[in-house]
Structure formats: C-alpha cells, structure tokens
Ligand binder design. Structure first.
Ligand code: SF4
Length: 708
C-alpha cells in the first residue's frame, strides 16, 4: 500500500516534469541553457547522483530517461526509495525551468535555490555543532501557532530550519521574523522547492566530502552519516509528498509526520507522531542530534540562531557606539584572590534611565583567574564576545575591542533585559567554553561616561597595544611548534589544517593562538601539537614532522604537505575556506576571490567555480583555499615568490586587506601602495585587459620566474 502510493506519486511528478520539459523545448528550443545561479554544479542533485552536468534543455530531456530508469517497479522497498530519488530529481528539473533566461522566480520571504557560498559558510557551524541539525518543515501545521511554536523550538536550539509550502504563510501570518540570518529559511510554496535543501545536502558531499559525482553509493552514505537533516511533514501527506519523503529517507533523513491515514510506519525512517508539539523531541531522537543546553539567567532567549539577527534603528531601545563615544571590551588575567566568581557589577546608570533611541558609552571588563590561564588566551576569549552577545535574542553586536556597537531592541528591553544581563551572558559563556583555563570569572560593566573614557584609554588601549606588539613578534620561526586542526573532518574526512603564527586555518577562524588555546582546553581534541624539528626545505615550508602529522591525522590519505607553496604539495582544502587563490597563466600571477564575491574573475570562473577545483581534503596544485588574513602574510606563497604574485582580487577584498598587504609589500620588497598595482573587477575581468593594466602599472609578477 505504502509502496504503491510512492509509485503513484513518483509517476505523477515524472509525468508533470516530462510535460514541462517538452513545453520548454517547444518554446525555447533544445539548445536553451538551463541551470541554477551561483553554483558550479549545474543541476547539483542530478550531477551528484549521475556525474553528468546538464546544461541545455535537450540534455534535460535525455536526463529524464535516466531518471525513468531509476523508477523500477519490483514492489520492494528499495524500488520505492529509488522512485523517491527519481521524484527528487524531477523536482530539481521543474525548479530549474523556473530559472530559465536568468529569471528570478522567488521573491521575499522565499529563497528558492541557495548559492554554493551558503553551503561553504555552513561548514564550520555544522562541524562545531553550532548548527546541530537541519529541519525541513513541509506543509501546513494544524494551526499557525503550532507551526510557529515548532519553528521557534528548533530556532532556540540553533537548528537551521527550512520551510516549504503552507507553513510559510502561517509563519508570515503570525509575524515571525524569517531569513537566513535567523536560521529560518522559507524555500518556496510549491512542494518541488524542497529540492533546494536536498541540493544543499548533496553539494555538501561534493564540496566537503570529496565524493565523486556519480558515485551514488558514497553520496548516500555521506548524507546519511554526516548531514544531520530530518523532515517534518504535516498531514495531509499526499502521494507526491510521500514520494518526495521516500527520497529523503533514501538520503538518510527520517520523516516525522502527524498523518495517520493510509500510512504505515517504517521504524527509524517514517515515524508517526500525532502531536505536533512532540515533533521536536521525536525528530532529534530519530536523527540522534544532541543539543548543548545553555541556561543563562536572562529574560530573553539565548541561542546561536539569533547570531545573525539585526536590530534596525527603529526597533532599538538604546545603542552603545564605540565610533562616537568611548567604549571598550576587554579580558584581563588576574590573581585568584582578586576575582570573586560570578560577581557582576554595573558601574553607572542602567538602561532604564536612558532615553528611547539614545546613544551611550559602555565598557565591560571580564576578569578571569585560573591556574592554567595565560595572557595569550585573553584575545582568544575576547574574540568570542561578538558571538556571545549576538546570541542574545534582541541584542546585536558588531566590531570589537574599542570599536564595537551594541544595540538592545525595544522587545528585549520590554522583556526586562538590562546592562547586568550582558555580564550574565559573558560570565556563563566564558565559564562554559573556557572551563579548562578559567577557574573564576567576574564582570565589571561600566556605563558611567567618565569611567568608560578611563577604561578605554588607560586600560584597554594600552592592553591592545601590548598584545599587537606581541603578535608582531609571533612568526613561524619564533615558535617551537605548530598545531594541526581536524575540526572539519566531520565533513571532510581527510582534511588537515596545519596552523602556524603566519598562516591561520583556511576558514579564517582558527589562528595559532586559537589552536594553542584549543589544545590546552582539550588536549585530546581537534588541535594537536605538531613539532617542526626536522626541516626538509624551509623555503617550501616542508618538514618531516609536519608530514608525519598530516599522514597520521588524515589516516594516511596525505603524505606530504608544504606550508608555503601553491604548486608543490599544497595544503588541502576542506571547502569552508574564506578565499580561493588560483594561478593566472597570462600574467604569471594568482587571482584571489572571496566567498562574498559573486562576479567573474579573469580566470573565466566565478568563486564557486574556482572553489569547485579544490576542496574535500584533496591537494590541487595551482589552487589553494585560505583565510583572508593570510593574504597579508609574509608566508603567502613564499615558495613561489610571495605576495608579489597577487595580480587580481575583488575590490572589496582588496580594501579589506590593503593596510596589511601594503605593509608587507613595503617591508619585503620596498613597494609602496602595492594594492594600486593589483587589478579588480572594476579594472578587468578578462586576462587581456588585466595584463594591459599590470603592464601599465609595472606589476612585479610580469617579470618573475614562470610558475609553471
Ligand atoms: S582550521 Fe581548518 S580544520 Fe580547523 S575549522 Fe578551520 S578550516 Fe576547519
């Protein structure tokens, strides 16, 4: 019965797809281009499953015959599940047709197709458990309130929630704030739009897992084992939804439903749950998702899902703005007897006395003590403040040090949020995350303007200057050890980063000091000490001990890695890199593109296309993923001549890295304003124009030794 219903749903979707493809061909012709924007994978689901890139309507018609061959009818469960996969592929075809001719078929609040860059961004939060799972909610809840309560329950746990169908209208009706930054992503109102989340899961396998497109067995094991997704389908579950659900089950994503008619449970895969209020618990158990509980004594919610929440001027109660008045945030190491654990002090007036919409000074000093605490950990802890404060519902933080801005929303204020609650959050999170080094912690919150000025100029700025001076002296040569990081192996099983003072992890989030702190906090954890006592070639950054470490931590997948070369045994990429750098043969240099850049590069490739050349823990000479900060490093491509090889990068990235990059160029080669010699998209997006520009500006790469 269940199997017959899946077959019937699958047949119906196949019929609709075949008709839609034929209609499109009669209207536009077989050669008409088809595909989704901002992806290097054409029709990503079909490409992942078959290894074939479909680029035209004619090829789409051929692909349909392949899809048909998956729809076997032996009346076994496996046939039904494969028909589910075929249904998913048909859904992808139908959705792709919506994007013909560069159309923008989805409008707010719906997203439709999600770009490759979104998946790369999701990599780190998924492996760190910051996003513990992905929920796909389908259909209309019995009542709008029940639907919204379910969404919010996942949001409060940090789960990424995608919505398909009637639930979107229900959420809109109750005024739920939605958007990628709030981890609530309405995909589309048609059931076929569910394919956009499936596409994310399958591209994750290609990007992070180094799965060969077409290796359907490995693909399905990857999604089942490493993508923590599940489906919540509201009744009525018709044959089409059931067929789509069968596809989800084949990917390893359990389907939880309140449907009780014409349906039989499949243990662990298709689960009946009559009460929508129980969906959350049942789904998490079915997918074995563990939620880290953070209980903090504040009157609003605290969850990673609020990290991207933006408080607009009209919604804010008060603002603290370091660019206008004196602000500072600081961690200070103290002696044990100087710290009273969990003491939160507010020095100055509280938010109650501030006028609605007004701007004020704020300084908070987190004083910590512990036997294993080291001043080197202060900036590591401090850098987390941005994330901690942003996780408070209705509170928004940008910037750092003495240039931050915090907004408290009217809603948070109404709920009772006050200055001391910032202290409660900082205390709880510092103790929670740094318990191995912080034994005691107290927080002083200054709102008195004169005190803020004193703290900023007499305490914080001198501390920042001291730290910067120390960081300047931290070089690869000045330390005795490097660190490995294998955090991304949850997705990219053979990837290992070697983190050095002058080369941070390619995600941009793990510096040498971070790795050192991580190792002290969790000696058996993802960051291990890597000695550098047996150099092979210091110009390449090749060491026997580094090779031994990567071999061990990649379980033998990698044998040699160099730290400073893009050509010889370059470091692997897991997929969540901030930037990708690739050789530009005409200018003898390299082009860099960052994840945020959506345009074309002189390589004739976009960021997603360049990024697809590497990733998944494999070495690809000529391409290298890296963090933004690495661009200004004296070790960037040192073996090939260093930063002098950089010939092009997006304007915005160039502006971000200019100060550091120009300083390095001045120190290494005596070149002033090096970034003026580097092209960007406003100058050239093709090699000929780029080379003409470089020639005019006498770019050094043109006269360097050939790289290839
Ligand atoms: S340092 Fe490397 S392995 Fe570690 S989180 Fe960043 S990209 Fe992943």
């Amino acid at each position: 019965m269940l199997i017959n219903r899946i077959f019937s749903g699958s047949d119906a979707v196949y019929g609709l797809t075949a008709e839609a493809v034929e209609n499109a061909i009669s209207q536009h012709g077989e050669d008409k281009a088809v595909g989704f924007p901002h992806t290097a994978y054409c029709l990503p689901c079909y490409y992942s499953v078959t290894g074939v890139k479909v680029k035209t309507l004619g090829e789409l018609r051929e692909a349909l015959t392949v899809v048909k061959s998956l729809m076997t009818r032996e009346h076994e469960l496996e046939d039904a599940l494969m028909s589910g996969v075929a249904t998913a592929l048909c859904a992808e075809f139908i959705e792709a047709l919506k994007y013909l001719d560069g159309a923008v078929p989805y409008e707010e609040p719906c997203y439709g197709h999600l770009a490759d860059s979104v998946i790369r961004e999701l990599g780190v939060p998924l492996v760190t458990g910051d996003i513990p799972g992905v929920a796909v909610i389908l259909g209309s809840a019995p009542t709008a309130q029940e639907g919204v309560d379910l969404i919010k329950s996942y949001q409060a746990q940090g789960i990424l929630v995608t919505l398909v169908g009637g639930i979107i209208e229900q959420a809109t009706e109750l005024g739920l704030k939605m958007g990628y930054n709030l981890r609530i992503v309405p995909l589309g109102k048609d059931v076929t739009s569910v394919i956009h989340v499936v596409s994310v899961a399958l591209r994750a396998a290609l990007i992070f897992g180094n799965i060969t497109p077409g290796d359907a067995g490995s693909l399905l094991s990857y999604t089942a084992e490493r993508v923590p997704a599940f489906v919540n389908a509201f009744k009525p579950v018709d044959d089409v939804i059931l067929a789509a659900g069968a596809g989800a089950i084949k990917l390893g994503f359990p389907v939880i439903s309140n449907e009780n008619e014409n349906i039989v449970e499949v243990p662990g895969a298709l689960i009946a749950c009559p009460n929508v209020a129980d969906f959350n618990k049942v789904s998490l158990e079915a997918r074995n998702i563990k939620i880290k509980i953070t209980n903090i004594d504040i009157p609003v919610a605290f969850a990673s899902a609020f990290e991207g929440e933006i408080i607009r001027r009209g919604d804010m109660q008060v603002e603290f703005d370091g660019s206008r008045v004196d602000c500072a945030e600081l961690v200070q190491t103290k002696e044990m007897d100087e710290v009273e654990d969990h003491k939160i002090e507010v020095i100055g007036p509280d938010v109650d006395t501030f006028e609605l919409g007004s701007k004020h000074s704020l300084a908070y000093v987190v004083e910590v003590a512990g036997k294993k605490m080291q001043p080197d950990f202060e900036p590591v802890i401090e850098r987390k403040f941005h994330n901690y404060i942003n996780c408070i519902e209705g509170v928004y933080h940008t910037g750092q040090r003495d240039m931050f801005r915090i907004r408290i929303s009217k809603d948070a204020y109404e709920a009772g949020f006050r200055a001391k609650h910032i202290g409660e959050v900082l205390y709880a999170q510092v103790k929670n995350e740094f318990e191995a080094v912080v034994d005691k912690c107290q927080v002083k919150i200054y709102t008195d303007p004169a005190e803020c000025t004193r703290i900023r100029h007499e305490v914080a700025v001198p501390a920042f200057d001291r730290r910067d001076a120390r960081l300047e002296t931290l070089t690869d040569e000045s330390v005795d050890v490097y660190y490995s990081c294998i955090l991304c192996q949850a997705f990219s099983p053979s990837h290992v980063c070697i983190v050095t003072p002058e080369r941070l992890g390619l995600c941009g989030a793990v510096s040498w000091l971070d790795a050192k702190a991580t190792n002290e906090l969790d000696p058996a954890g993802p960051c291990q000490i890597v000695t550098k006592e047996k150099p092979i070639d210091e110009n390449l950054g090749a060491y026997e001990d580094v090779d031994e470490a990567v071999k061990k931590f990649s379980q033998g997948a990698l044998e040699h890695v160099t730290l400073y070369s893009i050509m010889q045994d370059p470091m692997t990429s897991c997929g969540c890199f901030e930037c990708i750098c690739g050789i530009e043969p005409f200018s003898n240099g390299v082009v860099i593109a960052n994840r945020e850049y959506a345009g074309m590069t002189p390589l004739g490739m976009t960021f997603p296309e360049m990024a697809s050349m590497t990733g998944g823990g494999v070495q690809t000479p000529g391409f290298m993923g890296h963090g933004k900060h690495f661009i200004g490093s004296k070790k960037f491509m040192k073996a090939e001549g260093g930063i002098e090889r950089i010939v092009w990068m997006p304007k915005e990235l160039k502006e971000t890295v200019a100060e550091r990059l120009n300083k390095t160029a001045r120190e290494l080669y005596g070149i002033e304003n090096f970034t003026d010699m580097i092209g960007d998209e406003t100058i050239a997006t093709d090699p000929e124009t780029l080379v003409a520009f470089l020639t005019e500006h006498q770019h050094p790469a043109l006269s360097m030794e050939p790289m290839m």
